[in-house]
Structures are given as C-alpha cells and as structure tokens.
Design a protein around this ligand. Structure first.
Ligand code: NAD
Ligand code: LMR
Length: 326
C-alpha cells in the first residue's frame, strides 16, 4: 500500500478551497493510485464552515482519502505536510489591484512560513495562491530558515492556462495542441504572457497570429483576466484557480511532458538577468518533484522591457513588506 501524501490546504472553507479539496481527494492531483490525507486549516470564525466541507468529503466516500483533519491551529494544520497550498487570504474586489491586498495579507504568510518551518516535512513543497502571491511566497520562504527557498513557489499557472485558452481560440486549435507558453514576472498587471516560443501543432505561433494581435489583444487580455472575472462574477476566479493549483502541483510532483514546459513563480537565481531575492514567474520543466528554469530563450528588446517592468514592481512590493523578511 502506498504511503498517503499529506496535503495542507489553508482557507479550505473559501471559494477556491471548496473547489480544490474534492479534486485533491479524488486523485486528480497525484493520480488514481495515490492516497492522500487532507489537513484543512482555517481561521476560528470559519471552523463551522470547514467542518461542513469535512462532512461533504466524508459523504463522497472517496477511496483515496485516508483521513481529513480540520483545524484552526497551524501547528496541527501543517504537521508533517508534504505539500502546503496557501490559499487562505483576502481576495480583492472590483477596482482594486492585487497589490492593494499586501498589507492586510502579508502577515498571514510570515506566520505560516514559520509554522511550515517548524511543523511540515523537511521536504515540503509550498504553493502560494493568496494574493499578492509572488510577494507572499517570498515572505513565507524568508520566514522558514530551515527550508530551502526553492521549496516555495507562487501560482502563475492560472495565467498560463488563460493564455493557452486565448491562443487556442484565436488559432482554432485545441489547448492540447499548444506547447511552450510562458508567463514571465509577477501575478499582476505587469505580467508578460509570451507566445513567442509557442508551437501550435508544431508551427510557431507567430506564423499563425501577428505580433500586433499579441501586443494589442492577447497580452492585455491575460493581464486583465482576473479583473474581467471579478467584473462578471462579482467574485474572483475560484474554480479555474483551483484547477490551476491541481495543474501546478501535479506537474511539480509528477513532471512536465517531454518537449513542453509550464509557468511557475519561483525564487530568482539570476536567470535571464532578473535580480535575486524576489519570486518571479519563469518557464520551468519539472521532474520527480524538482523544477528547473528553462534556459537560453531569446529575449528581444520588447520582452526585456516587459521583464524589467515586472521585476521593478516586485522590488517595490518587497520594499513595502521588508520588515517581514529575515
Ligand atoms: P475567500 O474569501 O472565498 O476564501 C478565503 C478563505 O481563507 C476564507 O475561508 C478565510 O476564512 C480563509 N483565511 C483567511 N485567513 C486565513 C488564515 N490566516 N489561515 C487560514 N485560512 C484563512 O477567497 P478565495 O476566493 O478562496 O481567494 C483566496 C485568495 O486567493 C485571495 O487572496 C485571492 O486573491 C487569491 N487568488 C489567487 C489566484 C492566483 O492565480 N494566484 C487566483 C485566484 C485567487
Ligand atoms: C485571478 O487572477 O483571477 C486572481 O488573482 C484573482 C484576482 O484578484 O484577479
């Protein structure tokens, strides 16, 4: 019998958490033969609600779900966690930018970084979803001195998936036919969705769509998609965010397909000239729980200016929460 993987989900009673927990428990994240134990961490005010989620999980009679722990105590929530998915945080509402959440949400991630350091498995892999996700991941990593910062990532997979969807629509192809999409930078308005390396059924994307379309429509659409959803739903994306969490962790744990890559926000290491000490989205390949930034892609002047804009924004965000870093 396989050892169950322990997965902590914070904010499990919230919109994304509710969409995610059942998918992890049914085997979509780690495959149909891998049992899981869920640890659902909430704040005291949401304990009743998360107990409801626990009851529903029980009522699904999911064969891969070996145990569910419901708690508002981070020491219990993160105990021996193999994966920690940090969703619990305030979402923005209409008219706000994600970085407007920074002062309110940042302290959650310093406390949780410490709790992960003290209670999770030494090999824990962390995905930060709560916004502003990149800077929150930096805070969490910096408060976990016994862990390698590479164990902390932030989510730009939703942007990556959005970009695949838009390019597939435009070229009348299936998303499965598109390879090598990249989101560079911050999960924010400065992100750079980059189709210049994409292959659509093996054909370079820019043989099928014009660069003008990319600049005038594709890039701004992806940058603004979160706000577009909020405008339409009155709430921020939830099911698509949960779906991107499943994709991010599945690829990290089980690997990326040969000849393709995915976008993950990871601590910078000097790749592509981006300053160290921030969490930035890159194209990555994954294998057996490790990721590597794809090297050697051509960066022209246009792309360079986009990367620099996102790097600058992340430096500015870091300056705001400097007191939470160690
Ligand atoms: P929500 O308000 O529906 O749920 C948030 C949940 O977190 C609530 O149940 C709340 O009780 C809980 N929570 C708050 N503080 C907590 C803490 N310290 N510990 C544990 N739980 C805590 O919000 P949502 O729609 O689920 O969104 C959650 C976050 O994810 C927001 O910050 C949102 O902006 C962000 N988000 C990020 C992406 C991305 O692509 N990176 C996509 C969508 C949403
Ligand atoms: C998204 O991209 O949908 C999330 O980050 C939510 C938001 O505030 O846009």
């Amino acid at each position: 019998m396989k050892t169950p993987i322990k997965v902590t989900i914070t904010g499990a009673a919230g919109h994304i958490g509710y969409a995610l927990a059942f998918r992890v428990a049914s085997g979509e994240m780690f495959g149909p033969k891998q049992p899981v134990i869920l640890r659902l961490l909430e704040i005291p005010q949401a304990l009743s609600s998360v107990h409801g989620v626990g009851m529903e999980l029980e009522d699904c009679a999911l064969p891969l779900l070996y145990d569910t722990v419901l708690t508002d105590d981070p020491a219990i929530g993160f105990r021996e966690a193999d994966y920690a998915i940090l969703i619990g945080a305030k979402p923005r509402s209409k008219g706000m930018e994600r970085k407007d959440l920074i002062t309110e949400n940042a302290k959650i991630f310093s406390a949780q970084g410490r709790a992960i350091n003290d209670h999770a498995s030494g090999d824990v892999r962390v995905l930060v979803v709560g916004n502003p996700a990149n800077t929150n991941a930096l805070i969490a990593a910096s408060n976990a001195p016994d862990l390698n910062p590479r164990q902390f990532t932030a989510m730009t997979r939703l942007d990556h998936n959005r970009a695949l969807g838009q390019l597939a629509n435009k070229t009348n192809n299936l998303v499965a036919d598109i390879k090598r999409m990249t989101i560079w930078g911050n999960h924010s308005m400065t992100q750079f969705p980059d189709a210049s390396n994409c292959l659509v059924n093996g054909t370079p994307a820019y043989d099928l769509v014009s660069r003008d379309w990319a600049i005038d429509h594709f890039i701004p659409r992806i940058q603004r998609r979160g706000a577009e959803i909020i405008e339409a739903r009155g709430l921020s994306s939830a099911a698509s965010a949960a779906d991107a969490v499943v994709d991010h962790v599945r690829n990290w744990a089980l690997g990326t397909p040969e000849g393709d890559w995915v976008s993950m926000s990871v601590p910078t290491d000097g790749s592509y000239g981006i300053e160290e000490g921030i969490v930035f989205s890159f194209p990555v390949t994954c294998k057996a729980g490790n990721y590597e930034i794809v090297q050697g892609l051509e960066i022209d002047d246009f792309s360079r200016s986009r990367l620099r804009a996102s790097e600058k924004e992340l430096r500015e965000e870091r300056a705001i929460i400097e007191d939470l870093l160690h």
